[in-house]
Design a protein around this ligand. Structure first.
Ligand SMILES: CC(C)(COP(=O)(O)OP(=O)(O)OC[C@H]1O[C@@H](n2cnc3c(N)ncnc32)[C@H](O)[C@@H]1OP(=O)(O)O)[C@@H](O)C(=O)NCCC(=O)NCCS
Length: 404
């Protein structure tokens, strides 16, 4: 019998579990004032705690949202936004018990997909999550300007914090989920992840782009002093946190604006789409460098048949996938996937894979051929891998673009 129990947390346990999470993540605890402002956003529903002698020793938290899948549809999702185990209880199966409880609960509620950003890449594969979308960090050394002919019309203006708090949620919603992997930002997301930065912590400024149809893009950015006592003076860095546009022109214009800000040595944007063409927008291609390409969104298909049926597929002969899911065995089975859709089948399997590998294929980032080379997919006939490549490929690379 285990010496701890896992159950949903109660309202009274919101603050201690939040503190536990922040300690596990080495972050400062909120003051009472800060908790009074945003504590309501850390609601009890959707959170499981592990308790020993009634004291919390672990937490997993998630909020309901929707996620865009290839082809333009959106499906129900849970964004897993807070996972931590008290340091004196790690490596004793607490997270394993929490993940199992959370995924079983999500499956019972009919959630199609769970997703998260992982602190470490070795944690979540065992629970069926795969790194389904990558993101890039791009650094542009100034002076740099857009090349003549880069489409960047319209106007950019700076908002004051109160305007930003009111307008940006509306604008994000209007921009819409136009890439696989983008998620809706529900109401409780904003106080913790956005308002704090623009209205209280200070430092962040918000630029909005207006195109022919009105406001259609925004960027959050702040200046970072790079001087170190006695060290070289690298000049101020402009850190871009959140940049979204309804169309390429809005995104280009926002980049143009950020690069035009005086007294800045470098503009750095992290968590950008892996295929955002910053270098080719510039007059001098070499001013932009991709300094990192990393796992961004980890996806877990909670309801494999619903997830497979929700996305669109490219033109190729169907393939039969034999999927294994140890934690949610109802997903285990064979699925015929083709341009007409996806459904369960008794036909013989072409490809065998675990559910975490299926997640890597699902949003279109990874090719079946590559995953087979990595030993993640077994194929009786290599030609079926090429067919799977064509079926699962997407025009745009997936991207989440929301930190949680
Ligand atoms: C990551 C964390 C939640 C893991 O919790 P835990 O209770 O120790 O995990 P478990 O004991 O259930 O471990 C399950 C398995 O994963 C492995 N594992 C878990 N975390 C790991 C890590 N950080 N590095 C390597 N392996 C890890 C364990 O060794 C174990 O492997 P095994 O089944 O082969 O024995 C915990 O270490 C923690 O709170 N870390 C700091 C905060 C953090 O990173 N949170 C995640 C935010 S996304």
């Amino acid at each position: 019998m285990s010496d701890f129990a896992v159950r949903p947390i109660t309202d009274y346990e919101r603050r201690p579990t939040f503190d536990l999470l922040l300690q596990a993540l080495h972050s400062p605890l909120p003051t009472d004032d800060a908790w009074a402002r945003f504590g309501d956003s850390w609601a009890a529903p959707g959170k499981f705690g592990a308790f020993a002698a009634d004291r919390p020793i672990g937490i997993t938290s998630g909020f309901p949202t929707t996620i865009a899948v290839p082809g333009g549809a959106s499906v129900s999702a849970t964004a897993v936004d807070g996972v931590g185990v008290r340091a004196d209880w790690t490596r004793r199966g607490v997270l394993t018990a929490l993940m199992s409880a959370q995924l079983t609960d999500l499956a019972a509620r009919g959630t199609t997909i769970a997703c998260l950003h992982a602190s470490e890449a070795v944690i979540y594969g065992r629970f069926g999550y795969g790194p389904a979308a990558l993101s890039a960090t791009v650094e542009v050394t100034r002076p740099a300007r857009l090349r003549d002919g880069a489409a960047a019309g319209g106007a950019v203006r700076l908002l004051d914090p109160a305007e930003a708090r009111d307008l940006i949620p509306v604008l994000y919603h209007r921009i819409g989920l136009h890439r696989p992997g983008m998620i809706a930002r529900p109401e409780p997301w904003w106080p913790i992840a956005h308002d704090r930065r623009v209205t209280r912590d200070g430092g962040y400024r918000v630029a909005v782009h207006t195109g022919p149809d009105g406001d259609d893009g925004f960027a959050l950015f702040c200046s970072v002093d790079q001087t170190t006592p006695g060290g070289p003076d690298h000049g101020p860095l402009l850190e871009v946190r959140d940049l979204h546009g309804a169309n390429p022109e809005a995104i280009t214009a926002l980049w143009g604006f950020l690069l035009s800000i005086d007294l800045v040595a470098t503009v750095r944007a992290s968590a950008r789409p892996a295929d955002e063409p910053v270098a080719v927008l510039l007059a001098d291609f070499r001013r932009a460098r991709t300094t990192a390409l990393e796992d961004d969104l980890w996806v877990r298909l909670v309801d494999v048949p619903a997830a497979l049926a929700a996305r669109a597929y490219g033109a190729a002969e169907p393939v039969v996938l034999d999927v294994a899911d140890r934690l949610l065995p109802a997903n285990t089975g064979r699925y015929r996937v083709g341009p007409e859709g996806a459904e369960r089948t008794d036909a013989p399997a072409d490809l065998q894979l675990d559910v975490d590998t299926l997640a890597m294929l699902y949003l279109g980032e990874w090719r079946a051929t590559t995953l087979a080379h990595a030993g993640r997919i077994t194929a009786a006939d290599p030609a079926t891998l090429t067919r799977a490549d064509r079926l699962f490929t997407t025009d745009l690379r997936p991207w989440c673009g929301t930190f949680f």
